[in-house]
Design a protein around this ligand. Sequence first.
Ligand code: ATP
Ligand code: MG
Length: 630
Amino acid sequence: MASYKEFHKRSIEQPDAFWGEEAKLIDWHKPPQQICDYSRPPFVKWFVGGETNLCHNAVDRHAAARPNDRALIYVSTETNEEKVYTFAELKSEVMRMAAIMQSLGVGKGDRVLIYMPMIAEACFAMLACVRIGAIHSVVFGGFASGSLATRIDDAKPKLIVSSDAGMRGGKAVPYKHLLDEAINLAQSKPGKVLMIDRGLDKAFNKVAGRDVDYATLRAEHMNADVPCTWLESSEPSYILYTSGTTGKPKGVQRDTGGYAVALAASMKHIYTGFAGETYFATSDIGWVVGHSYIIYGPLIAGMATVMYEGTPIRPDAGIWWQIVEKYKVNVMFSAPTAVRVLKKQDPAYMKKYDLSSLKHLFLAGEPLDQPTHEWIMGELKLPVIDNYWQTETGWPMLSTVRGIEDTKIKFGTPSFPVYGFNLKIFREDGTECAPNEKGIVGVVPPLPPGCLSTVWGDDDRFVKTYFSLFKEPLVYSSFDWGIRDEENYHFILGRTDDVINVAGHRLGTREIEEAVQGHSAIAEVAVVGVADQLKGQEPVAFAVVKDAARIATLELREALEKEVKKTVDESLGAIARPKRVHFVTGLPKTRSGKMLRRSIQALAEGRDPGDLTTIDDQSTLEQIRQALAG
Ligand code: ATP
Ligand code: MG
């Protein structure tokens, strides 16, 4: 087999031959006439003229060949339910849902907004949409009405699929009043709202003439037989908004054929997940990981996928590993934040279960610091692979590619540019950085299959947001700051917005955070740059300690602050030393677990924290305020 380096080179130099080969991993109703049409840069169309359907590839083709194999494994530790659907059963449920949607007037090109908890019906709804060529827009369940209203106005859905409530930590979190508020706020009104009544909120409001009941309609469509609508490869499959960490979320528009091929190829080369095996991604369907690696990727590969409603530590910190043992999970995908949660728990939970089915664990979404990477890999005694990607790209841009070559895993780095991505690190003048020189992570277009086709309804914003980094050359900007070493391992140093300029030295927040994490008492930390008259900016750290006893008194706090500063001095030098290390018990994050550094920074500079519609826990901001005041 070719080395990974050659594999990557071929993907960039001979994209037609390369992707023409990968396209064979999916079923085409009509084969593509042209592999790549890049006649209108930076817009690219993959597999032009080809006709296919995501639901056919994810469900029907497996239901035909292996009807009784497991497809969807639904586990809820919130309601204590578990249910396994075979491919044949999944197909029937999806056809029922598709028939219901059609009966409510939904057809090809119509948008359907899905605002739902992690229940099997959410999966049916997504697959039903793509089956009939409707465009889904999944909005994270429990988002406040304001965020939801903005997304309703952007996507203008004909139908909204929702539920009475989600569950978190054993308590029902009612959704319906948020949805009603959002619809009131929005300019664009959906024709119908399809309600999946879980019986969790008995008193939810039903709007006559608009709200319809899923169970009633399902009973009417038990024998539904809805064929797949064949779509041209570039026709949209879904809209998904970015996490909103840096500001107003962008509506990513995904195509159909390119996405199917990209995911099928990633399952083979990156995740090495095959038909008959089981995949468990701990994310939520509201995020891109949920789209690509709870729903579409594993199912397209013919794998069973675990859909988990619950937290990583309830009923106890062994729950994930219990699921791995019970369902013989082969590939697992999670996020560094979740691993840091486990790190604060007793590791004995991981040793209680038989994890021998598991081949590897992938982590993505935030920088994976070296101490956490080393810890989880040591506990699991398995390869733990850092994946770097974005909602925009739909699948990893940096990863090791173990289906091709068993390259060494280095701690603290997501490794190499993935095939298809001509990823480079750029200086501000548009030239390429040398090894060990910091710069902006960019991709030379065309973007490979699976990436965003455009910003929904706004081609201009697509070009201006992502492709205006330099006049020349044309480059897709990731808005992340990075560096690569002599062996071509790439490190993400933070977002370009978060780069701290201390007396002319540019430091990524992530570099300093990594150094602070190097102190054994620290569980988690956020570093932000704060304006300083003399130095331009100075780093300030907000840290969570593993053991509260370490900061029980003022003396202990001061002693620990000194030690942490010393740790930074030793690993990065005094230039990176935080001016202050404040101790808090939690940090402000988005619902998807991303640190809201812009809000922390704003507070530290005495400004307004800005748009907080995606924040997970408001009280963390109060802690930052208090830490700054004290
Ligand atoms: P928005 O674009 O709306 O501000 P966001 O960038 O957080 O929100 P996502 O698309 O969910 O939205 O996140 C992608 C970003 O997450 C990347 O650009 C990068 O900053 C960060 N990220 C993802 N994976 C990694 C990783 N493995 N290492 C470091 N950073 C990562
Ligand atoms: Mg982003």
